[in-house]
Write a protein that binds this ligand. Structure first.
Ligand code: NAP
Length: 270
């Protein structure tokens, strides 16, 4: 793990989907940089276990209470409002929001029913909208804030069999760019990171899906996903976390409205 300089000391970060996968790696990294961190997710058991694990790894001098959790379904406005109120009560106003929670379900376009379409948009796009609306007023009031949206390479280019997910992630990048302009002169940066296939439950599920549908072995299915990356490997959650932490630094204040691929060269923005 890199980091360890307390460059984010005294600041409160809320990481949605912080209980596992990329979100847990982001939480660990922000904590190492000295931030107070609140994890948000739906499953209290998973969140509680991650909080315990993070407390065990907190750097010397960090207070045990600097990591905690709140539960919410990010697609539900009332639940989001309650969770942000609780997080603010526990650790003060949120000055860094990482919109990481998301779901990826695949289906050929003609088998994408309205329920799947709506779920992908609700969680990945509307969830980002609702959490950002909940966090932004305090950032504007303070004149300082960081919003980092974990989009995907699927927010920059198309992939077959994930049209709803792709549409939602493209939407997240549009939201990132538009809001970055609205907040540019008010101390709040808004950026997206766009991971390629990253080694988490989402990829484990995708591998199981390929094995189930095509009869390929697990190794073949993983190799197929890794082959999209010019480095011929899956991205690691810690690599995404490093990019997010960099965008949160006070020194990254000139970077806003960007969508930065973390994908071994799979996508070249620009
Ligand atoms: P993951 O391991 O499946 O974790 C997803 C997280 O999102 C969980 O913590 C989950 O927590 C939370 N979540 C899901 N639905 C939620 C909801 N309605 N309300 C609140 N929390 C919710 O996934 P991951 O791979 O770490 O993905 C994190 C982000 O990276 C996602 O936005 C994903 O689209 C993006 N991404 C991933 C990859 C990849 O290959 N892994 C590639 C590109 C982009 P609960 O279940 O406790 O609610």
């Amino acid at each position: 793990m890199t980091g360890g300089m307390a460059t984010l000391a005294g600041r409160h970060a809320l990481v949605t989907g912080g209980g596992r996968g990329i979100g847990a790696a982001i939480a660990r990294r922000l904590l190492a940089d000295g931030a107070s961190v609140t994890l948000l997710g739906r499953d209290a058991g998973t969140l509680q276990a991650t909080v315990q694990a993070l407390r065990g790894q907190a750097p010397a001098g960090a207070m045990a209470s600097s990591v905690s959790f709140v539960t919410a379904d990010i697609a539900d406005a009332e639940s989001v409002a309650r969770a942000f109120a609780a997080a603010t009560e526990q650790a003060g106003p949120v000055s860094m929001l990482v919109n990481n929670a998301g779901q990826a379900h695949s289906a050929p376009f003609m088998k994408t029913d309205a329920a799947l379409w709506r779920r992908m948009l609700d969680v990945n796009l509307t969830g980002t909208f609702l959490c950002t609306q909940a966090a932004l007023p305090a950032m504007l009031e303070a004149g300082w804030g960081r919003i980092v949206n974990v989009a995907s390479t699927a927010g920059l280019i198309g992939y077959g069999y994930v049209s709803a997910y792709c549409a939602a992630k493209h939407g997240v990048i549009g939201l990132t760019r538009a809001l970055a302009l609205e907040t540019a002169a008010r101390g709040v940066t808004v950026n997206a990171v766009c991971p390629g296939y990253t080694e988490t439950d989402i990829v484990r599920d995708a591998v199981a899906n390929i094995v189930g549908k095509t009869g390929r072995t697990e190794d073949q299915a993983r190799a197929e996903l890794a082959a999209r990356n010019p480095q011929r490997r899956l991205v690691q959650p810690e690599e995404v976390a490093d990019a997010v932490a960099w965008l949160c630094q006070p020194s990254a204040g000139a970077i806003t409205g960007q969508a930065i691929p973390v994908a071994g060269g799979e996508v070249m923005a620009g």
